[in-house]
Design a protein around this ligand. Structure first.
Ligand SMILES: [Zn+2]
Length: 344
């Protein structure tokens, strides 16, 4: 089996590097943040010009997806099966993940009867969201750079998917879509700004006859945490960015778009959304390495644990026994940042 290339730890870390998002000087905040794959470590930099945290070195991470999809480690891997059984797949996903709840709400607000909306999902992964949108009557297409992800999506759900890079896609599909969706994907991409600019190019501008489109981008929300936090996010290089509202404003300006942020107040009222730590307290990073150097999950959960985790009362007792503190999130800001761009 081919090993994931380990990142060699350097002893000399520059105190300042150029921010890969805005080009300003970014400062070293952490030399040895654990990596997604053991025993790699990454350094973390903060750019105060665009309030963005990023990991160094910027290495490719496609192998991780092949492991995650191929061995079904990700919790997303259980959705394809369950969604095919669901009566209303879109509602099922909206109930399961806040990012889908927000995206569904934004699309609905564009017009309840607008089933003619053309939707492009960038980073469609195993395909369930694009499938759910089609089942709800929209015309949705999913693109992804993972060949195995697209192959599995096509096999499970049909011909809604293509293996494609959004930059090349944008050349052929300029201003074609009413909605461009990028759910929990931008933090995985090395060059976030050109990526967002390509996504924006696929979407109708506000000048388009019949009205403009919306570009919906979700990512872990740095703006929820105090400035001392280093990386409350999946570890690098799986995630390479920790983006804030200011990062999104910078990208909007560069893409010739306006940006607004989804208001989570109603979601928080309805869902009693909790996290396992207090975002107001300082913390360094929130996760542990996930894969060993051969790409196997480090702490695979037992079948029994997985079974009990699906039963609400067992989950509640388990959390009490393990004494995991939980904090209820309220108000308009969520732990997911959902930015809505409109091209001018
Ligand atoms: Zn910057």
């Amino acid at each position: 089996m081919q090993k994931i290339k380990s990142v060699q730890t350097e002893e000399n870390f520059p105190e300042s590097v150029e921010c890969p998002l805005c080009g300003a000087g970014a400062q070293l905040v952490e030399k040895h943040c654990p990596g997604f794959i053991e025993p790699d470590t990454f350094s973390i930099y903060h750019c105060s010009a665009c309030d963005t945290q990023f990991s160094m070195p910027r290495i490719g991470n496609n192998k991780i997806y092949e492991y995650m999809y191929g061995r079904a480690y990700s919790h997303y891997c259980r959705y394809p099966k369950e969604i095919k059984k669901a009566k209303d797949p879109l509602q099922y996903l909206a109930d399961a993940e806040p990012a889908y709840w927000a995206a569904n709400r934004i699309i609905q607000e564009m017009g309840a009867n607008r089933k003619d909306l053309r939707i492009l999902e960038i980073g469609s992964g195993l395909g369930y969201f694009t499938y759910a949108l089609n089942q709800a009557g929209y015309h949705a297409t999913g693109i992804d750079i993972s060949e195995s992800g697209v192959a599995q999506a096509r096999q499970t759900f049909g011909d809604y998917y293509l293996c494609a890079d959004v930059t090349k896609w944008a050349d052929k599909h300029k201003e074609e879509y009413d909605v461009a969706l990028c759910i929990e994907t931008i933090e995985h991409v090395d060059e976030a700004l050109p990526f967002l600019q390509s996504i924006a190019a696929c979407c109708k501008s506000q000048k388009a006859p019949g009205g403009g489109g919306k570009i919906i981008v979700t990512t872990p929300n740095k703006s929820m945490y105090p400035s001392e936090a280093v990386w409350c996010n999946s570890l690098p290089p799986f995630h390479m960015w920790w983006l804030s509202e200011t990062s999104m404003r910078y990208m909007a300006e560069q893409a010739g778009a306006s940006v607004g942020f989804f208001d989570w107040s109603e979601y928080h009222r309805q869902n009693r959304f909790t996290v396992r730590m207090n975002p107001e307290k300082t913390m360094r990073w929130s996760e542990m390495p996930f894969l060993d150097e051969n790409g196997y999950a480090i702490h695979p959960k037992s079948a029994l644990y997985k079974y009990f985790a699906t039963i609400p009362w067992a989950k509640r007792i388990g959390k009490k026994v393990m004494r995991i503190p939980e904090y209820r999130i309220q108000g308009s800001r969520g732990i997911i940042l959902c930015a809505v761009f409109e091209r001018q």
